[in-house]
Design a protein around this ligand. Structure first.
Ligand SMILES: O=C(O)CCc1cccc(O)c1
Length: 540
């Protein structure tokens, strides 16, 4: 960190050291950027707010080298069963079947305080990342090439630092968002709920449901979630006339939990009332100031995507900031951050709202119609869904201009044969810009030779095990061969956040795609900056 004219100067100031800020700081640290991360509080919050994460996020944690440290605090998510007015099963949400597309269990539950502590440890393991805790942001002033941040230390002392960019990961009431004047748009969902976390005694665990559940009972909708170890969560809708603060009191909480537990069955870890709402910032950038996580969007929790969405923001933004800071790209690449992530948030929030509205139905007649509708969708049986099919692709931004198959989706991660064991593809290629080539294609050799078009884009061919093809890695489970076949393509250009920039059917198309990467990374044209007009989904 350099000292210019009395002020300490950084590449990036990250405000907020929760999961989004910690991941952003860790990624910036690995890329060599001088990063300051501050937080108002001095410690990790010791209660679980987020409980769910998915394979996309775990892949980033794995890329960061965190698998061993965080695995003790993570378990597979059970299926989730949704019950209708008469207690009948109407919908079941489960994981996709093996082989898993990204190489990991697709949905997981985790213990937030323990994982957050590891994320912080990782970020501060880089000598170019500095964390200052108990520090409050007072103001931000933008100049042509810097932002000056006025800070207040825990002893009341005021001081300033400067940074080339500021990233606000400072939560729903974000000071950064307010200072930058970034307004929130209302996506229209507002329901009062009580979230209760219990550490259940061993002797009581077997009496509880063995699947997560949504009790879509119009008298009082309740979600039940199976967390790691003995952590169980109930999300309980508050009814008109119930006072949120009163309902958080332990005596009232135990009354609400009476169908499942008595106070002798466990320890109340947290009882917090929230308004579940849906909001998105109109713009996520003002000059050199950007926002991410709850500062940029809030959504109801019904499919457990809150933290995942924040970490998608961080992983989307950091490679773009890296390109801009290193002079590979113009600042316009940063506009694609709002375009890509806002569209994704709006579309996913629409789906979460639709699920939430069906869970929250309070009118018994409407709830019966809902049950009949969902069962009809399942062909007279409980509707089966996977959590992953609910997550939309990116549709605009720094993507190929051509709507090639699988553009904007997450690129899979096959297991690569490695002697008598396997390793995951990212371990071989790293998470930078890369071309993956179908080793079975007649064009494989000429496509590999195209790496000269973009010297910083790696090129790797992959073929099914036993194919015996020269210059191709062998995958163990056919995940990538199936993916190429399904999309009828022979190559994919993949971004550092694992989203597919575009795909090609032959070497000529791949050459064009790589030339497009060079252009788009440098400058994302304004017409790509339009957010597609998305309709919010309605209650079924
Ligand atoms: O995916 C599911 O089955 C439910 C996920 C979930 C996670 C956290 C809160 C919540 O209400 C639902």
């Amino acid at each position: 960190m350099t000292d210019t004219a009395g002020a300490i100067d950084y590449d990036v100031l990250v405000v907020g050291f929760g999961p989004t800020g910690a991941v952003a700081a860790g990624l910036l640290g690995r890329l060599g950027h001088r990063t300051l991360v501050i937080d108002r509080l001095t410690d990790v919050y010791d209660k679980p707010r987020a409980i769910a994460l998915d394979h996309e996020i775990f892949r980033h944690f794995d890329n960061m080298g965190l698998t061993e440290a965080i695995s003790p605090h993570i378990e597979p998510f059970t299926a989730s069963e949704h019950f209708g007015v008469d207690g009948q099963l109407i919908r079941r949400i489960d994981m996709v079947a093996k082989p898993y597309p990204l190489g990991y269990t697709p949905s997981m539950v985790f213990s937030q305080p323990a994982v957050e502590a590891e994320l912080r440890r990782h970020a501060t393991s880089f000598s170019n990342v500095r964390a200052e805790l108990g520090v409050e942001l007072l103001d931000l002033v933008q100049t042509s090439d810097r932002v000056e941040a006025r800070l207040k230390d825990s002893d009341g002392r005021h001081r300033s630092v400067t940074a080339r960019y500021v990233l606000g990961c400072d939560g729903a009431s974000s000071t950064v968002r307010q200072i930058a004047g970034l307004a929130l748009e209302d996506l229209i969902f507002d329901e009062p709920w009580l979230v209760v976390d219990v550490r259940v005694n061993e002797s009581a665990l077997a009496r509880l449901p063995q699947c997560s559940a949504q009790f879509c009972n119009p008298a009082r909708p309740v979600s039940f979630l199976i967390g790691p170890k003995n952590h169980r969560r109930w999300e309980i809708m508050l009814l008109p006339g119930e006072d949120a603060r009163q309902m958080e009191r332990p005596d009232n909480v135990w009354k609400l939990l009476a169908p499942w537990l008595t106070p002798q069955d466990g320890e109340l870890w947290r009882a917090a009332s929230y308004r579940f709402h849906a909001l998105v910032a109109a713009d996520w950038r003002s000059g050199r100031i950007l926002i991410a996580g709850d500062a940029a969007h809030q959504q109801p929790p019904f499919i457990g995507q809150g933290m995942c969405q924040g970490l998608r923001d961080a992983t989307n933004l950091v490679w773009k900031l890296d390109h801009v800071l290193k002079g590979v790209s113009s600042g316009s690449l940063l506009d694609s951050y709002t375009v890509e992530r806002k569209q994704h948030v709006i579309e996913l929030t629409g789906k979460i709202k639709a699920i939430g509205q069906s869970i929250c139905e309070r009118d018994p007649a409407a709830a019966r119609r809902r049950d009949a509708h969902i069962l009809a969708e399942g062909g007279g049986k409980p509707l089966l869904l996977t959590r992953q099919e609910i997550i939309p692709p990116l549709r605009a931004g720094c993507l190929s201009h051509h709507e090639t198959p699988a553009r904007g989706t997450l690129f899979p991660q096959p297991r690569i044969a490695n002697g008598s064991t396997t390793r995951l593809l990212d371990e071989v290629t790293g998470p930078g810009w890369r071309v993956l080539i179908d080793g079975r294609s007649n064009d494989a050799a000429s496509m590999l030779a195209l790496r000269a078009v973009c010297p910083d884009v790696s090129a790797t061919a992959v073929a099914p095990a036993g194919a015996g093809l020269p210059n191709a890695l062998e995958e163990a489970e056919g995940v990538l061969a199936n993916w190429f076949d399904r999309h009828a393509v022979v190559a994919a250009v993949v971004r550092p956040d694992h989203y597919v920039f575009g795909t090609a059917r032959d070497a000529t198309e791949l050459g064009d795609l790589l030339r497009e990467v060079e252009l788009r990374r440098r400058d994302v044209p304004a017409e790509q900056d339009k957010i597609p007009d998305l309709k919010m989904e309605r209650t079924p």
